[in-house]
Design a protein around this ligand. Structure first.
Ligand SMILES: NC(=O)c1ccc[n+]([C@@H]2O[C@H](COP(=O)([O-])OP(=O)(O)OC[C@H]3O[C@@H](n4cnc5c(N)ncnc54)[C@H](OP(=O)(O)O)[C@@H]3O)[C@@H](O)[C@H]2O)c1
Length: 257
C-alpha cells in the first residue's frame, strides 16, 4: 500500500511550506508536488527524496493529467491518499471590466474547478483519517471590490469545503478550509507605480501553514491563521457588508489602476 499526499501550488510560497510540513509525517511515502514551474519542482525533488514532481496547468488540461496519473499509479481500495492540499490559486486586483473573458475563465478553472475536481478524484482513494485542505482566503468573508473575481472564487471554495466536510464526516475524512489574510509570498506585488504597498496584518507563509496543519489535524473545518484574519472573520460577520466594503475600498483604492 502506498500512502501519498498531493499538494497543488507546490512551487509557490505557501505550497513549499506545506511540503516542508508534510514531508515530516512518517506515514507518507510520496508527495505529488503539482505545479507548472519545472525548475522549481526539480529543486523540490532534489531537496526532499519523497517528492514526485507533477507538471500540470489547471488553466488547460491539468486536472486530466492528475486524473490519468491517479488511474495509472493508484490501486483503488489499496493505495491511500492521506492528504490532498488544494493550494494553487491566482488573483487579479483591478477593475472587474478590465479583465477579459479568458482571464475570468482561467481564474474560475484554477481557483474553483480544479480543487473541486481533485476532491472528487481523490475521495475514492481516501480512507478514515485522510485529510483535505483547501486554501481559500479572508476575502471569502465579504465581497471585495477590485478583487471581485478572486473574492467570489474563494467564497465558492469555502462553501464547497464546508458542505463536503459534513458529507464526509461519517467516513472519518476531514476537510479544512484555510482563510488567511495577506501572506508574504510572490503573489503580492511589493509596489504600485513606485509606491510601496502596505498590507495590513501580513504574515509569513510558515505561520499560515503551521496553523493550517494544526487545525487540520484537529479536524477543524475552518482555519483562520493570524490575529488579523481571526479578527476580520468576526468583524465582517457582525458589521453590515456595505460598511466593510466601503472600508476595504478606502484602504486599497490608491493601489488600483
Ligand atoms: N499571498 C496571499 O496574500 C494570500 C492570501 C490568502 C490566500 N492566498 C492563497 O494561497 C494560495 C497560495 O498562494 P501563494 O500566496 O503561495 O502564491 P504564489 O507564491 O503565487 O503561489 C501560487 C501557486 O499557484 C500555482 N499556479 C498558478 N497558476 C497555476 C496554473 N495555471 N496551474 C497550476 N498551478 C498554478 C503556482 O505554481 P506554478 O507557477 O508552478 O504553476 C504556485 O505554486 C492561493 O490559493 C492563494 O489564493 C494567498
Amino acid at each position: 500500500m502506498v500512502k501519498i499526499a498531493i499538494v497543488t501550488g507546490a512551487t509557490g510560497g505557501l505550497g513549499q511550506e506545506f511540503i516542508k510540513e508534510i514531508q515530516k509525517i512518517d506515514e507518507i511515502d510520496e508527495i505529488w508536488a503539482v505545479g507548472r514551474n519545472e525548475k522549481k519542482l526539480e529543486e523540490l525533488r532534489k531537496k526532499y527524496s519523497i517528492i514526485r514532481p507533477v507538471i500540470a496547468d489547471f488553466s488547460t488540461d491539468g486536472v486530466e493529467v492528475i486524473k490519468q496519473k491517479i488511474r495509472k499509479e493508484l490501486r483503488a481500495n489499496i493505495d491511500d491518499v492521506r492528504f490532498l492540499i488544494n493550494n494553487a490559486g491566482i488573483g487579479y486586483m483591478g477593475h472587474f471590466d478590465k479583465q477579459g473573458t479568458e482571464d475570468i475563465e482561467k481564474l474560475c478553472k484554477i481557483n474553483c474547478s480544479a480543487p473541486a475536481a481533485l476532491m472528487s478524484l481523490c475521495i475514492p482513494y481516501m480512507k478514515r483519517g485522510a485529510k483535505i485542505i483547501n486554501v481559500s482566503s479572508a476575502s471569502s468573508f465579504q465581497p471585495n471590490p477590485y478583487l471581485s473575481m478572486y473574492s467570489a472564487s474563494k467564497v465558492f471554495l469555502k462553501n464547497l469545503s464546508r458542505a463536503v466536510s459534513v458529507e464526509l464526516k461519517s467516513r472519518g475524512i476531514t476537510v479544512t478550509c484555510v482563510c488567511p489574510g495577506w501572506i508574504d509570498t510572490e503573489m503580492l506585488p511589493d509596489e504600485k507605480d513606485g509606491e510601496k504597498i502596505h498590507y495590513t496584518g501580513k504574515i509569513s507563509a510558515e505561520k499560515v501553514v503551521k496553523k493550517a496543519m494544526r487545525d487540520c489535524l484537529k479536524g477543524k473545518d475552518i482555519s483562520t491563521p493570524g490575529a488579523f484574519a481571526s479578527y476580520f472573520r468576526i468583524y465582517s460577520k457582525y458589521t453590515p457588508t456595505k460598511i466593510v466594503m466601503k472600508q476595504w475600498v478606502k484602504a486599497i483604492r490608491r493601489y488600483v489602476a
